[in-house]
Write a new protein. Structure first.
Length: 456
């Protein structure tokens, strides 16, 4: 029971039920009070009508006629719900079916049990609404039984009781149903997250397909879990790749130092060994620096440096810098811009320069001499796209996702300089800018497609 009370859907259902029942009670109370007041008003109007119709006979010459009419009326009345009394100015009884009623200028509620009624056939608990009217030679009392009010009140109270029971049952069933539905949705969140906490990082929150706010949250949670899974896999893969890729330079470093210790015959031999060891250490340091930079970029540490950038200008700068580098390698670097107006995006100029510099350098490094390398800028709906193409050997389709992993290198590239972090850095920068990167076949060669959201 304690666990049930702690569940949010149960508390919400209980609060909803209490609110609805309170609303029903308030509504019935208003109906009860308004109906009672209306019936009392109708009885008083009826009494006024009767008393005014008899008061027409009031006058010096007609008062005796009024006495006769009241006497006749009281004798002919067979209804126990009506009382009438006529008295003179001294309070002496003249006619009527009730006697000795205290005079008052206000409406009175008179109990039948306290009245001296002739030919009384009513219930002692009955009550009359009555009023005195002053006349020229006395006063006239007329009252009417308020049993209609009692009957109406009794009916409304019974209706309220039955209505509350039926409403409470209906509300309880609805509350249980909606609470169970809500609990199912919560469990749909809790169970996958519990599995994630136990290490099953591939668990995901199911989407109901209702496209409501909970589905939107589920999508966001799944996106977060996907990023978390990717991050963990990258960390695991990076740890493995670091151990694999650093084993060789560390082993080479140890071998060189060991050779120097055992075989060096002169200071020059020691100096040569130390220089070679320093180069290996610099290579290892560069690898760790690149890993640290990727981590900082993935953490969004550079977003505060975002400014409006014209991709046309940025690509022109890249072309100016690497045109000579490509020419020295025997390649040809070209730039084509199909955008007439400024191609504005939000980003870090230094990081975006790094993206296209890395892509062009990869094309130069991993392609044979004579390769055609191209930079192409064009607009698509809502985005600006930059294609970096080459006519080299390309990347097999099965390897295109792997090359974005940290320290991953194709077998044919292991003989060339590099750490295997260039494309990992590119992917991290592209993701930081909310852009997308994809690898495709350039037939022949590789086409790298980078799509940036356009700045309005």
């Amino acid at each position: 029971m304690r666990d049930l009370l702690r569940r949010t859907p149960f508390r919400l259902a209980a609060a909803f039920s209490l609110f609805f029942i309170t609303t029903v009670l308030a509504l019935f109370t208003v109906i009860y009070l308004v109906s009672s007041a209306r019936l009392v008003s109708d009885i008083r109007d009826r009494v006024r009508t009767n008393i005014e119709s008899l008061a027409i006979l009031d006058g010096d010459r007609t008062f005796d006629d009024l006495v006769a009419v009241v006497a006749e009326e009281s004798e002919s009345v067979r209804d126990p719900d009506f009382i009438i009394e006529l008295v003179d100015k001294n309070g002496k009884f003249l006619a009527g079916n009730v006697r000795d009623v205290p005079q008052s200028t206000q409406w009175m509620t008179l109990k039948r049990s306290s009245l001296n009624i002739s030919m009384d056939r009513g219930e002692p608990t009955d009550e009359f609404l009555a009023i005195w009217k002053p006349l020229s030679k006395g006063s006239l009392l007329i009252g009417s039984d308020n049993s209609e009010v009692k009957q109406m009140k009794s009916f409304l109270l019974k209706l309220l009781a039955y209505g509350l029971v039926a409403t409470s049952i209906a509300i309880a069933l609805c509350a249980v149903y909606f609470a169970r539905q809500a609990q199912h949705r919560i469990d749909a969140f809790a169970n996958p997250l519990a599995r994630v906490s136990r290490g099953q990082i591939s668990a995901r929150v199911p989407i109901s397909g209702l496209r409501d706010d909970i589905d939107q949250i589920a999508g966001q949670v799944n996106g977060m879990l996907g990023n978390l899974q990717k991050l963990i896999e990258n960390v695991n893969q990076s740890s493995s790749d670091i151990a694999h890729d650093l084993k060789k330079p560390l082993g080479r470093l140890r071998q060189r130092l060991d050779d120097a210790r055992r075989k060096a015959q002169s200071p020059a031999d020691f100096q040569s060994a130390v220089d070679a060891a320093l180069l290996d250490i610099d290579s290892i340091t560069e690898t760790f620096d690149a890993l640290l930079r990727i981590t900082q970029i993935e953490a969004g540490a550079r977003k505060d440096k975002f400014v409006a950038i014209d991709l046309r200008v940025l690509l022109a700068d890249v072309h100016d810098v690497y045109d000579i580098v490509a020419e020295d390698a025997g390649d040809k670097l070209s730039l084509v811009s199909e955008v007439a107006q400024p191609a504005m995006v939000q980003g870090d100029p230094e990081l975006l320069m790094q993206v296209f510099a890395n892509l062009v350098e990869n094309a130069i490094r991993h392609s044979p001499s004579g390769t055609a390398i191209g930079l192409r800028l064009y607009a698509a709906p809502g985005v600006y796209r930059v294609d970096v193409t080459d006519s080299g050997p390309g990347i097999p389709e099965a390897e295109r996702e792997n090359v974005f992993r940290r320290l991953y290198r194709l077998e044919r590239a292991r003989s060339t300089d590099g750490s295997g972090l260039g494309l990992s850095l590119v992917a991290a920068i592209v993701d930081l800018h909310g852009a997308r990167i994809a690898l495709a076949d350039n037939a022949p060669g590789l086409r790298v497609e980078v799509s940036f959201p356009a700045t309005v």
